[in-house]
Ligand binder design. Structure first.
Ligand code: NAD
Ligand code: TYD
Length: 339
């Protein structure tokens, strides 16, 4: 089997590559990544010289380049993680989100049609369902929940999902889609809530909580997501959407307090800042379909996962310190100073 993994130099894609190389030593894994600000080749340094691994620096919107790679590699499976993934950046400037997340996905699927594959898997997000009210803990996102997006990011991901289903119906492309809740774990880019709070705590910097910190996310350890994708690409039904989440809803403020506690830092570092525009209140996945059809269950509790994650950031300071000392500084100033 040859598997093309797009966006494999980012957070979830890199964890998926490690998972796949470990589990399927006879598979060939080809990583296609543009290395945007969020992609980091050093993340893949331990696997770069493996004979069954290839890294190709490429934009998924580059049709000629993508076709050439498909011609050379004849992939059996394509898993599309490549995306602009940060809601706050999409609020600043939606255009690159539309290009990568929508046009890029269509270029990849055109290549799949042209060269033939057995599966195109689209990594989507629970954010395509919009949000749920905070006072209705009985409500969850199922695969039947209508798409109802809030941010340019989620709108671009929902658009891609619609395109994926249209390629299935119109051209018979063998597709699957997974819509996962918020991931956390190693190699998470420090602009996102959990790694940002860990990095700021370790530098004794203020911890910027949006609004009152009452928003709820449904957190899943990244390895559990990778296992779900593995099951879906091998055993999932073509043309189907699978929600992925482990019933682990937490308020932002409680997560930030927990990180302070684990790192022995005072809660006085917490600063409440102006809320995100259009901020989704609550995400909560109903994972019944993947539980029943594929027997998937999360294996890492939040208690274990957050400890593992914090330890990883303590043990891998160079990885994130290099990031936050570069271009990221400008982003951080734009986003947080005088907020
Ligand atoms: P990330 O931002 O950490 O990584 C994205 C990767 O894609 C980077 O390596 C980047 O260089 C690459 N990339 C961006 N534009 C590209 C382009 N035009 N061509 C090729 N490569 C490009 O993102 P992530 O958090 O790992 O998310 C991966 C996928 O999972 C995304 O599709 C995202 O929507 C989805 N998702 C993420 C979460 C989460 O909590 N992080 C939850 C659910 C779904
Ligand atoms: P984030 O990690 O950006 O993921 P998403 O918005 O895609 O769910 O944010 C998670 C939650 O944390 C979200 O409600 C916004 C909030 N947040 C803060 O309060 N402060 C921050 O500095 C960041 C980055 C996020």
């Amino acid at each position: 089997m040859t598997v093309i993994v797009t966006g494999g130099a980012g957070f979830i894609g890199s964890n998926f590559i490690f998972y796949m190389l470990d589990k399927y030593p006879d598979y060939r894994i080809v990583c296609l990544d543009k290395l945007t600000y969020a992609g980091n080749l050093s993340t893949l340094s331990t696997v770069l010289d493996r004979s069954n691994f290839r890294f190709e620096k490429l934009d998924i919107c580059d049709r000629e380049g993508v076709y050439k790679l498909f011609e050379e590699e004849s992939p059996d499976i394509v898993v599309n993680f490549a995306a602009e993934s940060h809601v706050d950046r999409s609020i600043e400037d939606p255009s690159v989100f539309l290009n990568t997340n929508i046009i890029g996905t269509s270029v990849l699927m055109d290549a799949c049609r042209k060269y033939g594959i057995i599966r195109f898997h689209q990594i989507s997000t629970d954010e395509v369902y919009g949000d749920l009210p905070i006072d209705r803990p009985d409500l969850f996102f199922t695969e039947q929940t209508p798409l109802h997006t809030s941010s340019p990011y989620s709108a671009s991901k929902a658009s891609a999902d619609l395109l994926v289903m249209s390629y299935h119906r119109t051209y018979g492309l063998p597709v699957t889609i997974s819509r996962c809740s918020n991931n956390y774990g190693p190699y998470h880019f420090p602009e996102k809530l959990i790694p940002l709070m860990i990095a700021n705590c370790l530098s004794n910097k203020p911890l910027p909580v949006y609004g009152q910190g009452l928003n709820i996310r449904d957190w899943l350890y990244v390895e559990d997501h990778c296992r779900a994708v593995d099951l879906i690409i091998h055993k999932g039904r073509v043309g189907e959407v699978y929600n992925v989440g482990g019933h682990n809803e937490m308020m932002n403020i409680d997560i930030v307090k927990l990180i302070c506690k684990e790192l022995n830092k005072p809660e006085s570092l917490i600063t409440f800042v102006t809320d995100r525009k259009g901020h989704d209140m609550r995400y909560a996945i109903d994972p019944t379909k993947i539980y029943n059809e594929l027997g998937w269950r999360p294996e890492t509790s939040f208690e274990q996962g957050i400890k593992k994650t914090i330890n990883w950031y303590l043990d891998n300071r160079t990885w994130w310190e290099e990031i936050i000392s570069g271009d990221y500084k400008n982003y951080y100033d734009r986003m947080y100073s005088n907020r």
